[in-house]
Design a protein around this ligand. Structure first.
Ligand code: ZN
Length: 128
């Protein structure tokens, strides 16, 4: 039984060495068609992943700001980068979130005193 398996295995190897040009052309053609079909899906999946990472960052920043206000009775002041740094300094953020596509996070605590909005310059406002 095992001898038979070995024999068949070597058969396949011998067959693999004997690809004709036509077979190679067909194989390359099939691979290029599959790549063309799969690549857009992979790219959009990557974009979707970056978007949901951004959404998670915005949620984290928002929650940290709410927590900061509960402790200090006011939001951190300054520009968004200063506010994020302040949240990190007060240990409400472990790291300053960075957008994977280079967006800047903008924090609005002034329009509505009961609501804080966080937006990304690339992805806009997500999940609020
Ligand atoms: Zn973003």
């Amino acid at each position: 039984m095992s001898n038979q398996k070995k024999y068949c295995g070597s058969c396949r190897v011998r067959g693999a060495q004997g690809f004709t040009l036509l077979e190679m052309v067909i194989a390359v053609f099939i691979m290029s068609v599959m790549t063309a079909v799969v690549m857009p899906h992979l790219l959009s999946a990557g974009q979707q992943a970056q978007k949901s990472a951004c959404e998670q960052n915005q949620r984290t920043i928002r929650e940290a700001l709410i927590e900061y206000k509960l402790i200090y009775h006011n939001y951190p002041t300054g520009e968004a980068t200063q506010q994020l740094q302040e949240l990190k300094d007060k240990k409400l953020l472990s790291t300053v979130p960075v957008d994977s596509e280079g967006g800047q996070y903008q924090i609005d605590t002034t329009t509505d005193p009961n609501e804080v909005t966080v937006t990304c310059t690339v992805h806009g406002m997500l999940g609020q």
